[in-house]
Design a protein around this ligand. Structure first.
Ligand code: PAF
Length: 283
């Protein structure tokens, strides 16, 4: 494992002309989901870079930024299983030598769900991802589907700025009881951890009902609201959307590629999750 903490060091990292570099951007507090991205990247590339950087520009809530887990020593221990990995740990002064003025506009994509409840979040994500892409110059970039909206924003960024990068979206990794892995899970108390399982359970049940057919959309929304109302979790949003555009689904009609998306609070801790499903026309 080689640690690179200054951008200027990239100039001395060799990559032969026919070789490929894979990139896994993270904010640290690494879990099995990140490790799965790195494994996939290592299987598909000659060289893999994992960045660890808590990006202040994507936090609309300063308390959330202050509380975000920072455990670099532990992260580096976890990464020791990847002997050839390059770990990029830039500092704020280098990433943001001056307050950034650039603003992105992702249109409808950033006005719904996470964009609606975390104003400025995707501008900050796009900014740091673009900076990291410029510095690391990967051929492929790996993101988890748990952050579905982020993957669509990054795809738009890659297309609009003509980055010669293939976006690889990998499945969400879950605990045995279904809870999606997230760096924020480590902040959950034992009781909150137990309550949080309602999130995947509800998503799986709604997906089952949609697949079974016969449940009108309003009933599905009402079911979700009732589930959360009876729990200690606070539902921020639940949406049944088209997977590519994130536009709310008006009718459950095949063919359609859908996503069921949730954000909910366990105490102060905000968790998001989604499941995807495809409705196919019967032949
Ligand atoms: O998904 C994350 O961890 C972050 O949003 C990312 C992509 C590393 C940008 O800071």
């Amino acid at each position: 494992m080689q640690i690179i903490s200054q951008s200027s060091e990239w100039a001395s990292v060799p990559l032969l002309p026919h070789q490929h570099r894979g990139f896994v951007p993270t904010m640290g507090a690494l879990h099995e989901g990140h490790l799965a991205l790195i494994r996939k990247a290592q299987a598909q590339n000659d060289q893999v870079v994992c960045s660890i950087y808590v990006n202040p520009a994507q936090f609309n809530n300063p308390e959330d930024l202050a509380r975000y887990p920072r455990v670099l020593a532990q992260d580096l221990e976890r990464l020791a299983e990847f002997p050839n990995l390059l770990v990029f740990t830039p500092r704020d002064e280098e990433m943001y030598p001056a307050p950034p003025r650039l603003r992105f506009d992702f249109g409808k994509l950033e006005q719904v769900m996470e964009g609606q409840y975390r104003p400025g979040h995707f501008n900050g994500v796009a900014l740091v991802v673009a900076k990291l892409f410029h510095l690391v110059q990967p051929h492929r970039a790996y993101f988890g589907r748990k952050d579905l909206q982020q993957t669509l924003i990054v795809k738009q960024l890659i297309d609009d700025l003509s980055f010669p990068i293939e976006l690889v979206v990998c499945p969400t990794i879950r605990e045995a009881d279904g809870l999606a892995l997230s760096s924020r899970n480590r902040r959950l108390s034992l009781a909150q951890r137990q309550q949080a399982v309602l999130i995947p359970q509800t998503l799986f049940e709604v997906r089952r009902r949609i697949r079974a057919g016969g449940y009108p959309l309003p009933d599905l929304y009402q079911f979700v609201e009732e589930q959360f109302a009876q729990s200690a979790l606070r539902l921020e949003y639940f949406q049944i959307v088209h997977r590519q555009t994130l536009e709310p689904v008006a009718h459950l009609e095949a063919p359609a590629a859908l996503a069921l998306c949730v954000a909910a609070y366990a105490g102060e801790i905000r968790l998001i999750d989604n499941v995807v499903l495809t409705l196919q026309k019967e032949l």
